[in-house]
Ligand binder design. Structure first.
Ligand code: PGA
Length: 255
């Protein structure tokens, strides 16, 4: 059975004092006698890069993992403002989010660049959390499958199926991110199953073990029904990851 993964994407939110309070509350919530931390889901926190060390130090001794929100594809060099995979790894990250729709849309990241980041992350022993998802217009035009599989296949074509042995895919319908609109469990399941089927056509073993998590307005109240779907292995949580009780409840939905 696949182990669940609940990942917090703090985006560009939080300052050191608030981070400390949030992490403290999450740590005590997850250490609750109900054994949330030792439950079915692995927990990952992806803070802004300047706070990675703060979060790492605060999480020391817990089993919560640390991740970056973005990475550059180059090993080092003249890329002012960018962060390499080696730096994330050196700072204690195990994962990095790649191809988030905000990076694709606001910062114009191409499928090719995203594929290169995926390779760079793995070369530094980071597990990429590859985000894919359609916009509202694409869904209405009936091109959800084409969009999502197009994004997936660009990376698969670049890195090969073996690389997906150490990767997570996050299905994040763009219309559901930060909008309060969540894909219904059935809508999400349909796309997750399609992603798994596409991977399984290349390698059944990889398809069976890869975690495909859902993102887009996941909250304490809707997490359990999403996680009950056979191909939804966890969540990538934005807004609700900034509220300790919500995040703890989402993690607890795996119980
Ligand atoms: P949201 O964001 O939970 O605030 O919708 C999810 C994400 O963008 O990863």
């Amino acid at each position: 059975m696949r182990k669940g993964l609940v990942a917090a994407n703090w985006k560009m939110n939080g300052l050191s004092q608030g981070n400390d309070a949030l992490l403290g509350a999450i740590l005590s919530g997850l250490k609750d006698p109900s054994g949330l931390e030792g439950g079915q889901a692995e927990v990952l926190i992806c803070p802004p890069a300047v706070y990675l060390q703060q979060v790492r130090d605060k999480l020391e001794g817990s089993r919560i993992r640390l991740g970056g929100q973005n990475v550059h594809s180059a090993i080092s060099g003249a890329f002012t403002g960018e962060i390499s995979a080696g730096m994330l790894s050196d700072t204690g990250c195990s994962h990095v989010i790649i191809g988030h729709s905000e990076r694709r849309e606001i910062f114009g990241e191409s499928d090719q660049f995203i594929a290169e980041k995926f390779s760079a992350a793995q070369a530094a022993n980071l597990i990429p959390v590859l985000c894919v998802g359609e916009t509202q217009a694409q869904r209405e035009a009936g091109s959800t499958a084409e969009t999502v599989l197009g994004q997936l296949n660009m990376v698969l074509g670049h890195v090969g199926i073996e690389a997906f042995e150490q990767a997570v895919v996050a299905y994040e319908p763009v219309w559901a991110i930060g909008t309060g609109l969540t894909a219904s469990p059935e809508q999400a399941q349909e796309v997750h199953a399609l992603i798994r089927k596409t991977i399984s056509e290349l390698d059944e073993g990889v398809a069976e073990q890869i975690r495909i998590i859902y993102g887009g307005s996941v909250k304490g109240t809707n997490a359990a029904t999403l996680f009950a779907q056979p191909d939804i292995d966890g969540a990538l949580v934005g807004g609700a990851s900034l509220v300790a009780e919500e995040f703890i409840r989402i993690c607890a939905s795996f119980e």
